[in-house]
Write a protein that binds this ligand. Structure first.
Ligand code: SOE
Length: 393
């Protein structure tokens, strides 16, 4: 296979991020297989035609069923709202395609399990766009922990905080539990759950003390598509609808190595515009990451003589030590959000050619583990009881 024909399902915010990744990866990396932007599929033909023209997709379709079963397609890339992931992914896997799916895996634990089971039976490879693993600083943190720099992990403190969801934002799909399956929990905290498990190399085994709160419980109904942003301005009506998901999330959990991990998430955390942050402490030191300063990793080496101990600021742009940066720019010429998707598309292409990715790719098994944590948090918030992941149905 020297080329891979890609079908993208969805032309919204993630459709743009993925289109950019597939069109850029061959310019900055030398993937073993070349991606072809073969077909993009979405509901509205006029918007779709403009999207295809802008991003260089060769074909368009408004019928995803035909696309995912077409003999012309090798990989199906799912960038649609959460309630559509399972049907599309399972159809694509049954048709022998590789599948790259946006996060969270699905809007329900049941649908996510169906996707995980389909992947187990399928010949195609799966991946999930948990893209923050591919910030060079996060990938380097993974390597440092794997090399034992922190020793035994004792605690994790993680949060994903945004502040876009004020009362002027209409009732977009992210506020509808039927479509999204949760609010901040699945949209944001899924990322830091995956990051915590990825960097520590450990899994969350139980959840306690979970709270899920809706801050703004009514929003204006919208007409038309929310376009390419999280909450791009749209026409709205004076009529209002009920928000049926969480805005604010907090919970505590146990890690498989015995440490304790605490998580927060919010969409009205004023002053935190896209603050996806992680602190990991071990018996020999600690690491800190904050996506709003995404090229930097902070390291505290607790084995140093006390007089000289302190946080070291590492600019993770020093090739070849820091993952991916060899293919981008010289020291401190800084990467951004879109580079994490290009880095991930490179690793997907490596995996399709049977080669090892730069750092582990989250497949449907990994994403299902994260979905289990989401379900455990929802059950814990409901029951006020400790929920072992093994008990989640
Ligand atoms: C909206 O909250 C959002 O676009 C998430 O859906 C993405 O996963 C995150 O990377 C940025 O914020």
């Amino acid at each position: 296979m020297d080329t891979v024909n890609i079908a993208l399902i969805g032309d919204g915010f993630m459709g743009r991020a993925h289109s950019n990744a597939w069109s850029q990866v061959g310019k900055f990396f030398d993937p073993p297989v070349r991606p072809v932007l073969h077909t993009v599929c979405a509901r509205e033909a006029d918007k779709l035609a403009r999207f295809a023209e802008r991003w260089g997709w060769q074909n368009t379709s408004t019928n995803w069923h035909d696309v995912v079963t077409s003999a012309d397609i090798d990989l199906v890339d799912i960038a649609t709202p959460n309630d559509t992931h399972a049907e599309i992914a399972i159809a694509a896997l049954k048709a022998g395609k590789h599948v790259a799916c946006e996060k969270p895996l699905a809007n329900t634990f049941y649908a996510a399990r169906q996707m995980r089971d389909a992947a187990r039976e399928a010949s195609g490879k799966t991946s999930t766009w948990l893209n923050y693993r591919r910030c060079p600083a996060v990938a380097y943190a993974y390597k440092l922990v794997e090399d034992g720099v922190l020793g035994d992990i004792t605690r994790v403190d993680a949060a994903y905080l945004q502040d876009w969801a004020d009362k002027t934002v209409p009732l977009i799909w992210r506020f509808d539990n039927e479509v999204a399956g949760s609010g901040t929990l699945g949209d944001l905290v899924a990322h830091v759950i995956d990051m915590a498990q990825f960097v520590t190399g450990e899994l969350i085994t139980e959840v306690a003390g979970a709270y899920l709160k809706t801050v703004i419980d009514q929003r204006e109904l919208q007409t038309g598509d929310a376009g390419g942003g999280i909450a791009a301005d749209t026409e709205r009506t004076a009529e209002r609808g009920k928000v049926t998901v969480d805005d604010t999330v907090a919970f505590t959990s146990l890690l498989s190595g015995g440490g304790v991990a605490t998580f927060q998430g919010a969409r009205q955390a004023w002053g935190n515009e896209n603050r996806n942050r992680l602190e990991v402490s071990g018996s020999k030191g600690a690491l800190r990451f904050d996506f709003e300063d995404m090229n930097v990793l902070w390291l505290y080496d607790a084995t140093r003589p006390r007089g000289v101990r302190g946080w070291t600021r590492i600019m993770c742009t020093h090739a070849p030590d820091h993952p991916y940066v060899d293919n981008w720019w010289p020291d401190a010429h800084l990467l951004g959000y879109e580079h994490t998707f290009v880095n991930q598309s490179y690793d997907v292409l490596l995996s399709l050619a049977g080669q090892e990715p730069t750092v582990p790719l989250p497949d449907f098994e990994d994403a299902f583990q994260t979905q289990g944590v989401l379900a455990a948090v929802q059950q814990c918030a409901e029951s006020r009881q400790v929920v072992p992941l093994a008990s989640v149905e």
